[in-house]
Design a protein around this ligand. Structure first.
Ligand SMILES: [Zn+2]
Length: 130
């Protein structure tokens, strides 16, 4: 899964299905992400020294990454992400619909630069970038 913190996503399952929001945190170990205003729970707090009024705390709980769809900022559609190597060997995410870059995910590596040069599938567009 290539969703990262700061991405805009649409929730496709659960109580908040259809909601569009921003990823606050991704936990790769559990395969879950915290999304702003999604999967919120209310926790009722008793009066205490810390909360003299008591009351209700709202908290967004992690949601399965598979329940989220990435929203591409370039074509503003929900899209799947791919990963590709650039000519300089760095790795980037890209939108599988409009082919726009969605940001670098790995620094340049010579080994990958070599591999990328031999690939025919790679779009020519990426080569113009430095
Ligand atoms: Zn796109």
């Amino acid at each position: 899964m290539l969703i990262r913190t700061g991405d805009t996503v649409v929730v496709i399952a659960g109580n908040d299905s259809g909601r569009k929001s921003r990823v606050i945190k991704v936990d790769r170990e559990t395969g879950k992400a915290i999304v702003e205003g999604v999967n919120g729970v209310k926790k009722h707090i008793r009066r205490s020294q810390k909360y003299p009024q008591g009351g209700v705390l709202k908290k967004d709980m992690p949601i399965q990454l598979s329940n989220l769809m990435y929203v591409c900022p370039s074509c503003s559609a929900t899209a799947r992400l791919g990963a590709r190597f650039l000519e300089n060997g760095s790795k980037e995410r890209f939108c599988k619909k409009c082919n726009a870059s969605a940001g670098e995910i790995a620094p340049a590596k010579k080994a990958h630069a070599h591999a990328a040069a031999g690939k025919t599938k790679k779009p020519a567009k990426a080569s113009s970038k430095k």
